[in-house]
Design a protein around this ligand. Structure first.
Ligand code: GLN
Length: 249
């Protein structure tokens, strides 16, 4: 296998809400800053998917109707390949609608019951009231806990089974469902979040956690070199202040 990291961006033309594409650009940049080559390949409706070619998969968010547009292709042409890639410990980052699609089903707010991939034992129930706003949650990597700041806009409430861990614990906002304080999901090497923004550029520790995950699949005990994240952390701290300020009003 070449030493170039290959990222598969699934349905980039359909699922790219709030600039979620920025997540793959962030991963690519943080690799290039470490002199690790990285290419991004788009795979959308009617494209053949060769999971063995990729180190990481990304799927962004979208409206209910955008999720429905791609559903036939997803279930007919890609469902089993994605499930096997997850079981084979491939690294995924799935945001909001893309996150929901990895689950078993989505009952939309107007009562449609949509079968999804079923790669994770989770399900989503839509509701009329949307969960919208800047939100925060704590996440954990090998060095301990850290705070993540992002933006959420979803009607779906996602519930995790016992076999799926959350990505983090909510400290402000709704996260998965506004009820159980969980945000996102982690299962094998799959990272899911409701975080738009895009999520990764102003959360460099989460970006590096995901990079380390797929790099360790290639090189056992791989250690990621540190980057100067002063600008990224400035953006993050600014957002944390903004959320704190708004929550005091
Ligand atoms: N359509 C889904 C919902 O409303 C996901 C939305 C999104 O990706 N932002 O819950």
């Amino acid at each position: 296998m070449s030493d170039t990291i290959r990222i598969c961006h699934l349905y980039p033309d359909i699922l790219n809400l709030y600039g979620d594409y920025g997540n793959v650009l962030c991963i690519q940049k943080r690799l290039l800053w470490r002199n690790i080559n990285c290419i991004i390949e788009n795979v959308t409706v009617k494209d053949k998917l060769y999971p063995e070619n990729y180190d990481m998969f990304f799927i962004g968010g979208g409206q209910d109707f955008e999720q429905e547009i791609l559903l036939e292709d997803l279930l007919v042409n890609k469902k089993e390949l994605i499930k096997k890639a997850v079981d084979d410990n491939k690294t995924f980052l799935a945001i909001c609608g893309g996150y929901q699609l990895l689950g078993k089903y989505y009952k939309t707010w107007d009562g449609q019951n949509l079968e999804f991939v079923g790669a994770l034992d989770i399900h989503t129930i839509g509701q009329k009231k949307r969960m919208i706003g800047d939100y925060k949650f704590t996440c954990q990597d090998d060095d301990g806990y850290f705070e993540v700041i992002a933006f959420e806009n979803h009607s779906g409430k996602t519930y995790l089974s016992k076999s799926v861990n959350s990505l983090g614990q909510i400290t402000k906002g709704n996260g998965n469902n506004g009820e159980d304080n969980t945000e996102g999901a982690r299962y094998k090497n799959v990272f899911c979040s409701y975080g738009h923004g895009p999520l990764l550029p102003k959360n460099p520790r989460l970006a590096d956690l995901i990079i380390s995950t797929f790099m360790k699949q290639r090189i056992k005990d791989f250690k990621l070199s540190k980057l100067d994240d002063s600008i990224e952390n400035l953006a993050r701290n600014n957002m944390i202040e903004r959320v704190r300020f708004h929550s005091q009003r």
